[in-house]
Design a protein around this ligand. Sequence first.
Ligand code: FES
Length: 363
Amino acid sequence: MLYVWSVVCFGGLTMSLAALLMAAARVLVNYGQCKLDINAGEKPLDVEGGQTLLAALYANEIFIPSACGGKGSCGHCKITVTAGGGPILPTELPYLVRKEVRSNVRLACQVKIREDIFVRIPSDLLNVRMFDATVESTTQLTHDIKEIRMKLDDPDEISQRPGQYVQVQAPSPEGPVFRAYSISSAAHDRNAVELVVRLVPGGIGSTYLHSVSPGDRVNFTGPYGEFYLSEDPSTEIVCVGGGCGMAPMKNIIYTLYDRWPERTCWLFFGCRTTADVFYLDQFRKLAEEFPNLRVIYALSEPDGEVEKWNGETGFVHLSVDKHLEPGVARQAFLCGPPPMIDAVTQVLGAKGLRPEDIFYDKF
Ligand code: FES
């Protein structure tokens, strides 16, 4: 009898405890409505607590960069949290330099909203939109690089600066992910966005974009990026690219000659072999129309092709060194593999360019 009584008591106690824990959990994880304040009252929002800051921003159509779908593995979703973000998490630290930690920069996908939260977001990012677009054409430029041109449906116009990029939404087994691509179409080409995409084996974004055909629908957010072309027409522009680092160069050059037909611009483009050369005829034709455009392509591995190649050979930074006179006011934009960027940066520094005049995109 005593045994049965003990079992009943113990069972009852366990059930009460479980009920108590469930009730407590419900209270503890229910953060209710919280305030999400952006830029000190510029955009106050009411959001559901318990979600990540990134999810709350996206739900309110504020598309800060994110390439890993909120998994905390790309480090792109940085914003400043001035209050209410809780302590910094170990998952954020690998992506933040000491200065960012001191300035309260956080990974929005790792910050959970548990109370009213106050953030700062650059105004450029508040203008980022989600675009619906239709593929207009695809062009194979080399064995692994494709140009994809998309007509904008909604919104049907984009206001972008050369050097900016979009984040294309690509399907993956774990749901949609975003991948960043520089815009190659010129800023005045407002109803379309064109990309130049190298196929990366196993790459989710590039595999998707290489599979689309005219008529297919594509979504992307943008534009993103901090690059500003100098408005001073006497400042020469130097573009140095390699591989699919061509995309921002094409945008810069066509935008530049639409606004300043007399301006001097240098395009240095590094390829391994003639099989990697693209857009050369197009730029040579443009240079006939705008004689201050100088187009220099260099092959780094021209073996057996020298007879049929009338451009330069060697690494592209050597061409930059050979052609640019020192002491001229210039702004440079570099896009390509890290060793190329490092070598070109050194050459440009020796020619008198200040670090703040050199913008680069390493990939
Ligand atoms: S979205 Fe990739 S780290 Fe936050």
